[in-house]
Design a protein around this ligand. Structure first.
Ligand code: MTE
Length: 413
């Protein structure tokens, strides 16, 4: 793909483009799944799978997993290390396409491949070809860069545009597929390759009258060759339409936008590539960032969440076990502290997992509130690199990477 270059001018604010995980696209998204089945559209028309209200909060074209959906009414866990596909959050710029796996082709082209194949005459792989390459299974979290965005406004008094995620724009799954490195080599990767640009087959992203084209974001070749998977299975089953069928990237540790779903074309170039997703979107703009914007976002920050609804009601005079999870894009989470008094005092949570860099660490603490009334729970994690959740997140105009400690209100009755 001959991608346009849209680098914001040095020294000027970023173009006034909305964060792409923000606004509803101009046209109502088509609804291939339900239209085909003749069913009424669900709470998010572009998403194919059912979105029961007890598991999801609809947010524009997206669906956020509710943290209280991690436990049943008795407080027993219903989600282990991996989130079942039915409960996994969905982040769509437009709508889920239905792609025939039998006719689908992955098309690689560009100056970073031997013979520089063109987009018109690419190197092609069908799903069966990919399945014949050595397969790999990994655990990895997918997390939206905007996860936690609503707390810029609610905790820091800093309104930002975009999808007001609480903390449910994240999920962990087991993914099986072929390493992107393997596919690139099979396609004739040369030592000159610099960037890889996977593009989705979902409808073009059109907003405010501007057509940004298909969702696509360059990956530096070093990351592409390191641990990126071209996945065709999620939790042991073929990918479902909403999560990228027939194949998607899984880019461990990085912001979710890197994990392009419904991959069709992949440009491999001997020069840097650009798309609006690494020039206008998914970078930090604002007073605490370089004048032309920060570098394209890569790794996720440390976060924690309680497996509890905001505003949950707990009985006074009884011991409760508070459960939660913490995670980081850079390293395993080995230390979690919890406060039940709005951050005045803290104690160590008991970890329920051997900390691993490829997933979240589950934890719990016992809590016996004696007096009825409102309380504020907080959890603060530290990863193996020593990164700890701060009291405040550094503001950025689009509200990305909210990593500060989140106040979780509960009522003791
Ligand atoms: N890929 C395409 N083609 N289109 C998209 O809208 N959204 C991205 C990424 N890949 C997106 C995409 C974003 S922002 C995230 S967070 C993840 O997919 C979400 O993956 P999920 O819907 O499987 O949870």
């Amino acid at each position: 793909m001959d991608d346009e270059v849209r680098i914001p001018d040095e020294g000027t604010p970023a173009p006034d483009a909305p964060a792409p995980d923000a606004p509803a696209p101009d046209a109502p998204p088509p609804d291939p799944g339900r239209a085909a089945a003749g069913e009424a559209p669900g709470p998010v028309p572009g998403i194919v799978k059912p979105l029961p209200a007890e598991w999801f909060v609809p947010r524009g074209t997206n669906a956020e997993t509710r943290w209280d959906a991690f436990r049943d009414a008795d407080g027993d866990p219903v989600i282990g290390r991996h989130v079942p596909v039915e409960r996994f959050f969905v982040r769509n710029h437009t709508s889920t396409p239905l792609i025939d796996p039998d006719t689908w082709r992955l098309k690689l082209f560009g100056s970073g491949l031997r013979g520089a194949p063109t987009a018109e005459r690419p190197v092609e792989f069908g799903l069966d070809d990919l399945r014949e390459l050595p397969s790999t299974r990994i655990s990895a979290l997918i997390e939206c860069a905007g996860n936690g965005r609503s707390f810029y406004r609610s905790q820091q008094g800093q309104p930002v545009p975009g999808t007001p995620w609480t903390l449910g724009g994240v999920g962990s799954a087991s993914w099986r597929g072929v390493r992107l490195a393997e596919v690139l080599r099979a396609a004739g990767l040369t030592g000159a390759a610099v960037d890889v640009l996977p593009a989705g087959l979902d409808p073009d992203y059109v907003v405010g009258g501007t057509n940004y084209g298909p969702v696509r974001r360059p990956l530096p070749i070093a990351k592409a060759l390191d641990d990126v998977l071209l996945a065709y299975e999620m939790n042991g089953e073929p990918l479902t339409p909403d999560h990228g069928a027939p194949a998607r990237l899984v880019v461990p540790g990085w912001v979710g936008i890197a994990s392009i779903k419904w991959v069709g074309g992949v440009e491999v170039a001997d020069h840097p590539l650009y798309s609006p997703w690494n020039t206008d979107f998914y970078r930090m703009f604002g007073p605490d960032h370089p004048p032309g914007g920060g570098d394209p976002l890569t790794t996720q920050v440390v976060k924690s969440a309680f497996e509890l609804a905001a505003g949950a009601r707990l009985a006074a005079g009884r011991e409760h076990r508070l459960h939660g999870r913490s995670w980081s894009g850079s390293a395993a989470v080995r230390r979690v502290e919890v406060s039940t008094d709005g951050g005045r005092t803290w104690r160590r949570a008991e970890l329920r997992d051997e900390p691993q860099a490829d997933g979240w660490t589950r934890w719990s603490v016992a809590w016996r509130p004696e007096r009825p009334g409102p309380y504020e729970l907080r959890a603060r994690a530290t990863d193996d690199r020593g990164d700890t959740q701060p009291e405040r997140a550094v503001f950025n105009r689009e509200g990305y990477l909210f990593g500060a400690v989140v106040a979780h209100p509960v009522t003791v009755v």
